[in-house]
Ligand binder design. Structure first.
Ligand code: FES
Length: 310
């Protein structure tokens, strides 16, 4: 269907695939009912973004576009106006006029929809409360690297959905588990103008202006350093530095800052171990008797490199 008026039904996804499917299904029903093209699009967390949907309207030579927020969400209403203004700036004067309608939830017809929902089949869902407080929600994930990828409105418009798919693909292809790199899509992380962006903890390194092509490099930088070859000075008979296979990558790697809090905890309670569930109350290691006591009298295994708390 080319030309004429096109409708964009705008929602928020927050990574809930059922919400995405529900909005798409509503758009299809609305299209059949109204006889005009209706496309579901998303402010954040899913695709197509509002920007991409507006681009689609241009491709279909729409004479006019009406954006309809699906819910009476103040954030959504604000962005339903703001995002087309940004898109217009980018598209220039050639694009079709973009109008914004009041949200679906504020339409007079919603009263009939509500009445029919109340009059229809309602039932007490047979769901156990156990799912709400499952022990699985008590386990602290301890990935070596936690990569937070922004899926907020601006980063979504800049293509963070494609970046997320590329990152997931790389970790899948390389068999990298969530213990090594956990990727968590988030809402706005604040420096939106530098998006799409991600931040990797515990190092705290920001990756800005990301594209799907950079996914492999980002994953590589999130992995622990590879085994280093011995230094030249430690290899008898070698005059200079020993070239290693990881030189390029290690040059790019930021120097990790010591995690002071984690180190203090390890000194006071448990020896450092691989990521995994917490193991409280493990017996403390005995100190070697030859080591002189440190000022403050504490007993710890940090070899005097930690803070006064030790
Ligand atoms: S939308 Fe990504 S930082 Fe704001």
């Amino acid at each position: 269907m080319s030309g004429g008026r096109r409708v964009l039904l705008l929602g928020r996804a927050h990574h809930d695939l059922r919400a995405v499917e529900a909005l798409r299904a509503l758009a299809a029903r609305a299209q059949a009912h109204a006889g005009v093209p209706v496309t579901a699009c998303f402010l954040d967390g899913a695709e197509p973004s509002l920007h991409a949907a507006l681009d689609g309207c241009v491709r279909h030579r729409a004479a006019e576009v009406v954006v309809v927020p699906a819910t009476a969400d103040g954030y959504l209403a604000q962005w339903a106006a703001r995002a087309p203004a940004h898109w217009r700036e980018r598209a220039g004067a050639d694009g079709p006029p973009v109008l914004v309608a009041p949200p679906v939830a504020e339409q007079p017809g919603m009263l009939e929809a509500l009445a029919s929902a109340v009059a229809g089949a309602a039932e007490a869902p047979p769901v156990s409360p156990a799912g709400f407080r499952s022990p699985a929600w008590t386990v602290l994930p301890r990935p070596r690297t936690h990569l937070l990828l922004c899926r907020g409105p601006r980063c979504t418009a800049y293509g963070s959905g494609d970046v997320l798919r590329a990152l997931s693909q790389v970790t899948r292809d390389r068999g990298i588990s969530e213990v090594e790199i956990m990727i968590t899509p988030t809402g706005c992380l604040t420096p939106c103008n530098l998006g799409p962006l991600a931040v990797a903890y515990p190092v705290g390194r920001w990756h800005t202006g990301l594209s799907p092509e950079q996914a492999a490099a980002v994953v590589e930088e999130c992995l622990p350093p590879r085994e280093q070859p011995p230094a030249a000075s430690e290899v008898p008979g070698l005059p200079g530095p020993v070239p290693g296979p990881t030189g390029q990558r290690d040059e790019l790697r930021p120097v990790p800052r010591p995690d002071r809090r984690a180190r203090d905890v390890s000194c006071l309670s448990t020896p450092a171990g691989p990521p995994g569930p917490q193991t409280p109350n493990r017996p403390r290691r005995r100190r070697a008797p030859a080591r002189a006591p440190r000022a403050g009298g504490g007993s710890c295994s940090c070899a005097g490199t930690s803070t006064a708390a030790c």
